[in-house]
Design a binder for this molecule. Structure first.
Ligand SMILES: [Zn+2]
Length: 240
C-alpha cells in the first residue's frame, strides 16, 4: 500500500468479554506483530479491556499500536459497537436501539454497526433509512466464519444504500476481525489513509469512504475452533 495508509482493526475482544480468550496486553502485542497500527478493543458490556489495552500500548511506543477504547453494547440480542467511549454504557432492551445510539453519540462516541445482519440482528430493527442515517460506520465484513452469509447481506445493503442516498449520506463501510483470541487479530482489517485516532474520528464522521480500503479474510480453522470450544465451555455465562 502507498505511504500514508495504515492497517486498522476496529472490533476485537479481550478476556473482559465473557467469550474472549486473550488479555488486552496480548491483543496489543498480536496487533503489533500483524502490523495493525490502530486497534479498537470493544468488549461486551465494558470499556475496561479497551482502557487497559490503551494504557499498555501507550507505555510501549516501540509496539507502534494506537488503541481506541470502545465497547460492544448490548441492545437486546443485538450488539452495536461504540468507539471512542470511556465509561461503561448500560445494557439496553430490545427495541431501545434508538436510545442506545443517541447515548453513544452523547458520550462523544461513534456508532459502528457490527455484523448488522448476523444472527437475529437484521439491521437492528431500524428502518432502512434510519439505519443508514443514524449509525456512523457499518461492518460489511466480519471475519468470524459464521457471518459468511450475513456479510454478503451487509455488503448488498450498503451497495443499495449507496445507490439510494449517495456515498456522502451513508455510513462508511469497514472490515474488521471481531477477534476473540490473538490468533484472529489481523484476519480481516481496513487500510486507513491517516494515522491518528483523531484523523480516524474525523474521516468516519465526515463519511469519507475514500479514506478506507477493505481487506476481507476469515479466522483460521484453529482460531475458530479455539473460540467455539471456549464459547461452549462458558455457555452458562452467555448473555440472555
Ligand atoms: Zn464482537
Amino acid at each position: 500500500m502507498d505511504d500514508g495508509w495504515v492497517k486498522m482493526d476496529l472490533h476485537s475482544h479481550s478476556h473482559y468479554s465473557y467469550d474472549g480468550l486473550s488479555s488486552p496486553a496480548e491483543l496489543v502485542k498480536a496487533a503489533s506483530r500483524s502490523g495493525i497500527r490502530i486497534l479498537a478493543v470493544t468488549d461486551h458490556g465494558t470499556v475496561q479491556g479497551g482502557k487497559e489495552a490503551q494504557e499498555f500500548a501507550m507505555a510501549r511506543p516501540e509496539l507502534n499500536v494506537q488503541v481506541i477504547v470502545g465497547q460492544e453494547v448490548y441492545v437486546g440480542k443485538q450488539d452495536v459497537v461504540a468507539l471512542f467511549v470511556y465509561e461503561d454504557l448500560p445494557a439496553y432492551k430490545a427495541g431501545q436501539v434508538e436510545t442506545a445510539l443517541s447515548d453513544i453519540h452523547e458520550a462523544g462516541g461513534l456508532v459502528y454497526a457490527v455484523h448488522p445482519f448476523g444472527h437475529e440482528r437484521l439491521a437492528y430493527g431500524l428502518s432502512w433509512r434510519a439505519f443508514f442515517r443514524d449509525v456512523d460506520a457499518v461492518e460489511i465484513h466480519n471475519a468470524c466464519p459464521v457471518n459468511l452469509f450475513a456479510n454478503r447481506q451487509a455488503r448488498t445493503a450498503h451497495n443499495l444504500a449507496w445507490i439510494d442516498y449517495g456515498s456522502s449520506d451513508i455510513p462508511v463501510a469497514l472490515a474488521s476481525s471481531d477477534a476473540h483470541s490473538v490468533t484472529a487479530v489481523g484476519s480481516s482489517f481496513t487500510w486507513f489513509n491517516g494515522y491518528t485516532p483523531d484523523d480516524l474520528h474525523q474521516a468516519i464522521q465526515s463519511r469519507r469512504q475514500q479514506a478506507f480500503r477493505l481487506v476481507r479474510g476469515y479466522w483460521s480453522m484453529r482460531a475458530t475452533a479455539n473460540v467455539f470450544e471456549n464459547w461452549w465451555k462458558n455457555r452458562k455465562n452467555w448473555p440472555t
